[in-house]
Design a protein around this ligand. Structure first.
Ligand code: NFE
Length: 476
């Protein structure tokens, strides 16, 4: 029996995303992912002063604003030939690190956990734990949102295990907000870091600010080690079949990132056809075969056959997965491989490998962040002055990263005005429609997914959310 299951909008993600799956004999046989809106940031950056991009590009997203700031200033620094001094570079890595790890907390606990745990059992809780009791009153007041899963027989329902994880649900949110405070201390403001500018960072960094950052980092470390990693491992052990569900084409791409201390935490490269090769921008092309754009990139909502506002970036014409899993696979990160070995799970693209990769990269990154604090030199410059009155002409590319994957900003300017601005964003790589004869990364990952529990197709939600979609970013 064949049927179409469409989920629109898909909840517990950022932005407006629709997924349509064809299901035969309880398995997905085809999938179409579409971004449902046009935003136009690249268009309205045209004809503006280049420095505006550092501020405006951050408004692409309320979740990953700071990453667009950093990618944008990297592109602008190339345009103005004025890189940041070491201290500025250290401060940016500090911002990116807190963004990345605390964003993973939000993703796992707030966005994904209801896919894996039956939250309604918390209503039977009679104990005194404050965290559990506040979650209990919240679930009681929003119960209809949580009872959909009555059919999904494989939720974690062993109460002590589930309660242990649910106890961290609100804790994760609180630490996420502390992370934002840490970002604001360095970047002058969160969301939208106004101290992040071409040439470095303008914040006046004093010892008390570094101490504040250190205290936030310490809380983040404790939560990562004591809660996040163990909780991800518990879920991974319970859902072992998801190490073979949600498998993409098997290609990965990551940029060389977190480089402030010399050796990058994550190596750059592209894993294509079974081997890793150096990344070259010349091999990246954005296709619009099934996207609502004409061949010049102008929006065309009436385009025949198109089904998404997301463009389709391809590397050498091939779809490539980006994200934490791509980073640890390209870097061959030992800590990730050890976790996967403990789980007896294959190191390849899958729903659960993406969750484990997030936890693993958070742990690896913490060491780098303590190193940044040690390496920062109070009194050394944090910014190289850029002459913004210069009527600059030329190009710049920023190769950077975000929680959801690696990020590219490109700027072209003439006579001091932007003539072209382009962003190739993590969720654009992953959530693109089919192009050049192949499905997008997530579309491919959905094929073969068993759909056993009915119209809510919770299994489809699990696969999609493992990529941590941000449709707001992907359409930008
Ligand atoms: Ni809107 Fe973003 C991140 C970027 S999207 S969340 O992380 O860039 O893929």
């Amino acid at each position: 029996m064949s049927k179409t299951i469409a989920i629109e909008p898909l909840t517990r993600i950022e932005g407006h995303l629709k997924v349509e799956t064809q299901v035969e004999n309880s398995r997905v046989t085809n999938a179409f992912i579409s971004g449902q809106m046009f935003r136009g940031f690249e268009k309205f950056l045209e004809n503006r002063h280049p420095i505006d991009a550092a501020r405006i590009a951050q408004r692409v997203c309320g979740v990953c604003h700071e990453v667009h700031g950093v990618a944008s200033v990297l592109a602008l620094e190339e345009l103005y030939s004025k890189p940041s001094p070491k201290n500025g570079h250290i401060l940016r890595d500090m911002i990116l690190g807190l963004h990345l790890i605390t964003d993973h907390f939000l993703h796992f606990y707030t966005l994904c956990l209801p896919d894996f745990i039956d939250f309604t059992q918390i209503l039977n809780y009679k104990g005194n734990d404050t965290e559990i009791n506040s979650l209990k009153s919240w679930v009681a007041s929003t119960k209809p949102a949580f009872v959909l899963k009555r059919n999904a027989g494989n939720y974690i329902t062993h109460t002590p295990t589930a309660l242990n994880i649910m106890a961290n649900y609100f804790k994760a949110l609180k630490i996420r907000s502390k992370g934002a405070a840490g970002i604001a201390i360095i970047g002058a403001k969160a969301p939208f870091s106004h101290a992040v500018l071409p040439g470095g960072i303008t914040t006046d960094i004093t010892p008390d600010k570094l101490m504040y950052y250190h205290n936030v980092l310490e809380e983040v470390r404790q939560f990562t080690v004591n809660c996040y990693i163990p909780d991800v491992m518990t879920v991974a052990k319970h859902f072992k079949d998801y190490f073979n569900i949600g498998v993409s084409h098997g290609n990965f791409y990551a940029n060389k990132t977190f480089t402030a201390l010399g050796k990058p935490v994550f190596e750059g490269g592209v894993f294509l056809n079974g081997r890793t090769e150096p990344f070259s921008m010349a091999n990246v092309k954005e296709f619009v075969d099934n996207s609502f754009y004409d061949s010049n990139g102008n929006p065309n909502p009436k385009k025949k056959g198109a089904y998404s506002w997301v463009k389709a970036p391809r590397y050498k014409g091939e779809p490539v997965e980006v994200g934490p899993l791509a980073r640890v696979i390209i870097s061959d990160t030992p800590y990730f491989k050890n976790l996967m070995k403990t789980l007896n799970a294959p190191v390849k693209s899958s729903t659960m490998a993406r969750h484990v990769a997030r936890a693993a990269e958070s742990r690896v990154l913490l060491d780098h962040m303590y190193g940044l604090l040690d390496a920062y030199r109070i009194g050394d410059p944090t910014i190289n002055q850029v002459d913004f009155s210069k009527k600059v002409s030329g190009k710049g590319t920023g190769l950077s990263l975000a929680a959801r994957g690696d990020l590219i900003h490109q700027v072209e300017a003439s006579g001091g005005k932007i003539t072209r601005y382009n962003m190739i964003v993590p969720s654009t790589w992953n959530f693109s429609p089919a192009a050049n004869g192949k499905r997008g990364v997530v579309e491919q990952s959905l094929v073969g997914t068993p759909v056993a529990y009915g119209e809510d197709a919770i299994e489809v939600g699990r696969v999609i959310r493992s990529y941590d979609p941000c449709t707001a970013c992907s359409v930008h």
